[in-house]
Design a protein around this ligand. Sequence first.
Ligand SMILES: NC(=O)c1ccc[n+]([C@@H]2O[C@H](COP(=O)([O-])OP(=O)(O)OC[C@H]3O[C@@H](n4cnc5c(N)ncnc54)[C@H](OP(=O)(O)O)[C@@H]3O)[C@@H](O)[C@H]2O)c1
Length: 310
Amino acid sequence: MSQKLIVVVGGTGKQGGSVARTFLNLPTWRVRITTRNPTSQAATELANLGAEVVQADLNDAASIEKAFTNANAIFLNTDYWAVWRPLKAALDAEGKSYESASEKAYETETGQGRRAVDAAAKVPSLERFIFSPLIDVIKASGGKYPRSQHANAKAWIANYIETAHPDLAKKTSLIYLGGYNDNPSLTPRPNEATGRYMFIMPLKNTFRMPIIDPSKSTGKFVRALIEDEQPGTKLLAYDTFPTISEIVSSWSNENGKEADLIPISIQALHEKMGMTWEHLDILSTLDETGDYMAGVEGYIEPQQLKASKI
Ligand SMILES: NC(=O)c1ccc[n+]([C@@H]2O[C@H](COP(=O)([O-])OP(=O)(O)OC[C@H]3O[C@@H](n4cnc5c(N)ncnc54)[C@H](OP(=O)(O)O)[C@@H]3O)[C@@H](O)[C@H]2O)c1
């Protein structure tokens, strides 16, 4: 049987690992993952499952172009935090403000996205290109909240596909992942005084938050986008889509413990809990718009997929 080739960028990560494992189980596909470190445990595990593992770095255009050779499909995810976290830690250690870490991480992530998109546009065999962005917080907030550069960088890459490579855009679909299920804000902390648990949340209790287990569910949605759906599809991918109130009550029911929603302002999260504006500007935007997909037009949800294999 002739097999098609999917190249998964970030195949050792949560999102990419799920995509790689999903396609490794499909007899009509072979899987190539890219990694900076082919001998890592994650890369070795995927090699043992049958993946071709190639060394490539999104900061090195030639390595990415080589990795994309003969691809029929490409999944691209870029990692802002891999750049931001160590830079912020170094600035913290020197007692300096973290903002330059955001500037550098934005510059790095958009550069990585541009290199990958330019390389994908040169692949004659390519049929489908899937990118994993986040909302454009600057656009969604009308410029009021500009500092969530982890989201803005990904929105820049999505826009770059359209503006710089219209032919690649015709092969492209976007997968917007819901909030990760392991996000710390979805795990309550114990209140020693009352014995109850506290979800400390700036979002209103009626806000609906899509939630996904990225390591488990990304792959099945990417498969659907590649095999079932037309290019040009934008998918909000999630396992559940509860309100904040429902998140609290289901945690309480599942764990047999009493939990409360403790409202807190964005300002207090910054001043009392040390959260950065990098993390908070997107929350302010979600809170004020009441919409996880603020500013994104024409997207579909999982129940609108041709669902036979989901
Ligand atoms: N929707 C949401 O709520 C949400 C939540 C969290 C994160 N995210 C986004 O998801 C992204 C992280 O994805 P993830 O959770 O799958 O990450 P992850 O599990 O930390 O994995 C990161 C992946 O990126 C690869 N990578 C990092 N730098 C690279 C480079 N220079 N060149 C090539 N590959 C590189 C790593 O590969 P190697 O180390 O093997 O080279 C690894 O496979 C972040 O940008 C973040 O903004 C979204």
